[in-house]
Design a protein around this ligand. Structure first.
Ligand SMILES: [Mg+2]
Length: 282
């Protein structure tokens, strides 16, 4: 990001007035990091469906969406494999599968092919993920001087698939599963924030995170504890399966949980994030 911005700024100037930049790096006005699932793409028909079908595969029963939301509201079930296993455990299944066996079943539903293989060969639910923003959305953020990136618990092939192939972003700054401890541990979030903002602290640009779960909000709270002089903004949004008219009551409850967990603002949808960030920083 920083290199792109610096380049576009200097190439806009006539050659005769190009001076060496005063600072070696582009200083963003803000850093905005995104969760991916439920924020950049709708995973109601993919990851969430894979949880449902994995639980059904072992128990013969499909958990309803509220049961998944209630589990996620506890703030520590960001990993969908662990969430599936926990739903089976709470459902009273006598013979719980091993974690590895469950991962294989889950990925059969989700990827429907080799996760490390050619995405064109995948036949699973990953092919049914509506995008919630477009490439232009990120161009607008860059034009506003916002440096952006992604901190997600999704597996790297899945995260790269949506960012690079579906959205067409080139080498997006990304922390995915395995790059850092799972959220709400803030290690990955802080690492990417520092890479984009420079050294974190009172003098650094504000750092915001937009997520759709309690774990995302807690990630920012823990980042604050580690970097008390840095300005952080925790933005949250209800996931797409709660945005319909028929889910109004559930959405209200869900957004209340996000606020109670410490979200600074709950925004109506991802595309509204720039306006909401400007408001939060005003
Ligand atoms: Mg999410």
């Amino acid at each position: 990001m920083s290199a792109l911005k610096a380049e576009s700024q200097t190439t806009n100037l006539p050659a005769a007035v190009v001076h060496p930049p005063l600072t070696p790096r582009f200083s963003p006005s803000a850093v905005l990091l995104f969760d991916i699932d439920g924020v950049i793409r709708d995973v109601g028909g993919s990851y969430r469906r894979a949880i449902v079908e994995t639980v059904h595969h072992y128990s013969g029963t499909r958990p309803d969406p509220d049961a998944i939301d209630a589990l996620k509201a506890e703030g520590c079930w960001n990993n969908d494999w662990a969430a599936s296993l926990e739903l089976l455990r709470r459902g009273g299944l006598a013979d719980l599968p091993s974690f590895d066996a469950l991962v294989e079943v889950f990925n059969g539903f989700y990827f429907g092919g080799d996760p490390e293989g050619d995405p064109n060969s995948w036949e699973g639910f990953i092919g049914q993920e509506p995008l919630l923003v477009s490439a232009e959305f990120f161009e607008q953020l860059s034009a506003a001087g916002v440096a952006w990136g992604f901190v997600s618990g999704a597996e790297p092939p899945s995260a790269r698939f949506v960012l690079e192939q579906r959205l067409g972003l080139s080498s997006p700054p990304l922390i995915a599963m395995g790059d850092a401890p799972d959220k709400p541990d803030p290690t990955g979030f802080l690492r990417l924030a520092a890479a984009l903002a420079g050294e974190l602290g009172a003098a650094a640009a504000p750092v915001a995170y937009l997520g759709d779960t309690v774990a995302d909000v807690i990630t920012v709270q823990r980042a604050r504890q580690q970097q008390p002089h840095q300005r952080f903004v925790s933005l949250a949004v209800a996931p797409p399966h709660l945005q319909g008219q028929e889910a109004r009551a559930q959405r209200h409850r869900y957004e209340l949980q996000l606020r109670e967990a410490g979200a600074d603002a709950v925004i109506p949808h991802t595309a509204a994030v720039l306006a909401s960030l400007e408001q939060a920083l005003a």
